[in-house]
Design a protein around this ligand. Sequence first.
Ligand code: ZN
Length: 101
Amino acid sequence: MKKVTSADSLITISHYRNVLESEGIEAFIRNEHLSGILGEMPFQEVWPELWVRNDLDLDRARQLIDAAITDESPPESWRCKKCDAENEGQFAACWKCEAPV
Ligand SMILES: [Zn+2]
């Protein structure tokens, strides 16, 4: 068994586990219940952890989770070169003057 990652929220870890299981990797969560007992303690030691049962799955599991993290983080905002307007990252052209990124 190998630890893949930890996160400050059980929701995040559950999501990662779903990602791995959808790829046929057997994964389980540790510290699942600790946060409820200890309250809002901001220590990484009590964060829920994601583990894989088969050590050989570790590299693939990490790749899948890296990809899942990339998918979720919002794209960086950018500033229009033409009119200097601030644009959100998901837009490929300026909302104000329609100049491309
Ligand atoms: Zn512009």
